[in-house]
Design a protein around this ligand. Structure first.
Ligand code: SAM
Length: 283
């Protein structure tokens, strides 16, 4: 099998992590679990008792810690209202805080009656040990903001507030990247993450050949990006329907999944050729 072909496991991540992953082998894990907000999932109840849900999340963070190399990292995405719980369980499982990333999703916020409309999601970035062993200071060609007078010659460095990545909403803006049923054109998975989000995370925190885990793989976005960046990756997904979607997506090599369209955007990053070896055609 090709070295960067993702390893995809069907089943619960609680079991597969224990069984399939060696201790101290992971460089990065990205967690985008169901958020326990009563959304529909095949094979999963998204309406657990709150304390059961967080006990479950904590046990997964604990298992991943054991499977991660010293200096390896975890990125845990959640709703902003769960920030306290996410930070607590990561600390209690010995991970060390690096950043709380605010992902402002470029979609419209829904106005609320007695508080501000919600406009972002959080991504908690923690490491095993005091410092991550890998961190690339990426620079990108961000659009000029109204308060900036002059366009920077060498772009902007990436901070902990991400405003330039659009969520794949269910409406018009979901675009071609959102996977859809052929006949009905309905979204195949409403929580599909944008490839631009995983590209940023993997570029910042991994090197070619590193090993990446996505225990809630969904449509396999993490694996699709990892493969193109020449990182090894493992995806675990409980729903058989999604497993089929992942396998098809990997073999199809869709134009909308090709990360090369972002290459120019990151051209100001000093060691770009080392951290993003170009593979043509799209592997
Ligand atoms: C929010 S979605 C992840 C979406 C993903 N980031 C993507 O880009 O497609 C969470 C996924 O976790 C899966 N899931 C739920 N419980 C699971 C478990 N115990 N083990 C593995 N996967 C699970 C669901 O079927 C769902 O596809």
């Amino acid at each position: 099998m090709e070295k960067y072909e993702p390893l995809i496991f069907h089943g619960s991540c609680e079991n597969s992590i224990k069984r399939e992953i060696k201790d101290q082998s992971l460089d990065l894990s990205f967690l985008d679990p169901p958020f326990n907000q009563d959304k529909y999932y095949h094979n999963h109840s998204d309406n657990m008792k709150t304390n059961e849900y967080w006990t479950w999340m904590k046990s997964i963070c604990e298992m991943i810690y054991q499977k991660t190399k010293d200096g390896g990292v975890i990125y845990f995405m959640q709703r902003e209202k769960n920030t306290e719980e996410v930070l607590r369980i990561l600390r209690e499982t010995n991970w060390v805080f690096q950043n709380l990333i605010i992902w402002k999703k470029m979609t419209s916020a829904v106005p609320q009656k007695y508080r501000y409309g919600k406009h972002y999601q959080i991504i908690a970035f923690f490491s095993k040990g005091e410092r991550p062993k890998t961190f690339h200071k990426i620079r990108y060609d961000a659009p000029l903001e109204p308060h900036m007078k002059i366009k920077r010659d060498n772009g902007l460095f990436c901070t902990d507030v991400w405003t330039d990545i659009r969520e794949l909403t269910s409406g018009y803006f979901a675009g071609h990247e959102a996977l859809r049923e052929e006949k009905s054109n309905k979204r195949l998975h409403k929580q599909q993450s944008p490839i631009a989000l995983l590209l940023r995370i993997l570029l910042s925190s991994t090197k070619p050949n590193d090993l990446i885990l996505d225990p809630f793989a969904g449509t396999g976005t993490t694996n699709i990006v990892a493969k193109q960046l020449r990182r090894r990756s493992i995806g675990i997904e409980k729903s058989e329907k999604n497993i089929k979607i992942i396998r098809k997506r990997i073999s199809e090599k869709k134009v909308s999944d090709n990360i090369l369209k972002y290459r120019q955007y990151y051209r100001f990053t000093e060691n770009l050729d080392d951290i993003w070896p170009i593979s043509i055609p799209f592997i």
